[in-house]
Write a protein that binds this ligand. Structure first.
Ligand SMILES: Cc1ncc(COP(=O)(O)O)c(C=O)c1O
Length: 406
């Protein structure tokens, strides 16, 4: 019914994925060359998918296109809220009043703004590491110091060091905690007890908290997402971020949801935020929430398959790699520290030696040396070729000869 095996040519679409990797991964310009042509790379880096957006979303955009006028637009009325809040109720048993919903062109710009609106100079921003780097960049952008709490890695299963989190939260300079729920890059889905423990620490220290839940729709099929807002139903200093961008491969449409409980913070947001939305993006997002669920369930089944394929492949070909299937996201977090020195530039190694574009090492702030992050949201044939190249490059370098698949 849905063809996730289809290979779609993304060239000449101004895709970050195909055209933006030199700048983003290597901080280089077009003069940087590789032993591979650009179109020969297997691209497993930036967090968007190689799958087509569902037809129901494209149909929604088409219906909007047929209205032919694209003047200044904002989310007015209740239609969009009804679609999105019904999605949250259905999938997460979680609800919020309409007035708390504001729109943003993305979660990244929302983080940049929120850090500014919430914190004072000298106050510091707390988050768990390894981390999605934009948590740090949002603090850096606003000249706020960061304080990092390293997750504990027990055989590839990451847990929170609550004593360390509590100590860092108790520092009077810490006023904001940014939580990635579920967690990129480790793929953890936080359990209720873990969220409750975090909630206690947040409450005890009267912290602001931004719960970035952008990956919450993309869970393995045996997992359940719990919005932090459900664990902290009455806590006013909570902001929740969700979006259709990861879920439906709509990142380029630049529309996301920010749910702000505090009336004061909402007033600040509404008075300072550039408050227009793209008409096609609203149509896309609303159609996705109204009619995209069957596609999402099929996608999740395909991603589960890609994860088990990867687990089997790595166990067979790279026995010293440590990998546990991510509970959430389409991102695999693989520990290659048995094969590489901690300071090895892994994205550079794999681009040159394997023709694979991936993220890894210090791109995740700290506590991430020796790790690579692989984007598995691609057709199985591409995944297989990416894994083949990765394993071959590691084995060639490690043993001097590649033994090949059994
Ligand atoms: C945790 C997290 N937050 C935010 C984003 C990006 O959000 P947006 O594209 O809405 O700016 C990503 C993308 O990878 C992410 O992983």
């Amino acid at each position: 019914m849905y063809d996730f095996d289809e290979i779609i040519d993304r060239r000449h679409t101004n895709a970050m994925n195909t055209d933006g990797f030199r700048d983003y991964i290597f901080h280089a310009d077009d003069t940087m060359t590789f032993p591979y042509k650009d179109e020969e790379f297997i691209r497993m880096w930036v967090a968007d998918m190689e799958f087509a957006t569902p037809d129901v979303v494209i149909d929604g955009m088409r219906r909007r296109l047929d209205k032919r006028i694209f003047g200044y637009t904002r989310v007015f009325g209740s239609e969009y809220y009804n679609a999105f809040s019904a999605w949250c109720r259905r999938r997460y048993g979680w609800d919020f009043p309409q007035e708390q919903l504001v729109m943003s062109n993305g979660i990244i710009p929302a983080l940049y703004e929120l850090v500014d609106y919430i914190t004072q100079p000298q106050e510091q921003v707390l988050f768990l590491t390894p981390s999605y780097a934009y948590f740090k960049y949002a603090a850096d952008f606003n000249a706020r110091p960061c304080v990092c709490c390293d997750l504990k890695d027990q055989d590839g299963y990451y847990t929170v060091d609550f004593a360390d989190l509590a100590a860092k939260a108790a520092d009077p300079r810490t006023t904001l905690f940014i939580l990635c729920n579920p967690h990129n890059p480790t793929g953890r889905v936080w359990r209720r007890e873990e969220l409750e423990q975090m909630a206690r620490i947040i409450q005890d220290n009267d912290l602001w908290v931004i719960s970035d839940e952008i990956h919450c729709d993309l869970l393995r099929r045996d997992q359940t997402h719990i919005p932090l807002g459900k664990v902290m139903p009455d806590y006013e200093k909570l902001v929740t971020c969700m979006a259709p961008s990861k879920t439906f491969n709509l990142a380029g449409m630049m529309i996301s949801n920010v749910i702000i409980r505090s009336p004061e913070l909402r007033r600040r947001w509404l008075s300072r935020h550039y408050n227009f939305d793209n008409p096609l993006s609203i149509a896309a997002a609303q159609s996705a929430y109204e009619a995209g669920e069957p596609w999402l369930e099929a996608l999740r089944a395909y991603l589960d398959g890609n994860f088990s394929f990867t687990a089997q492949y790595l166990a067979r070909e790279l026995p010293h790699a440590k990998f546990r299937v991510s509970e959430a996201t389409y991102l695999a977090w693989v520990d290659l520290s048995a094969y590489f020195a901690p300071d090895e530039q892994l994205p550079l190694f794999f681009a040159y030696e394997a023709g694979v574009l991936l993220e890894g090492g210090n791109m995740f702030v700290q506590n991430s040396d020796g790790f690579i992050r692989l984007n598995l949201a691609c057709p199985r044939a591409i995944l297989e070729e990416g894994l083949r190249r990765i394993c071959q490059a590691v084995n060639t370098r490690h043993t001097g000869k590649y033994l090949g698949p059994a």
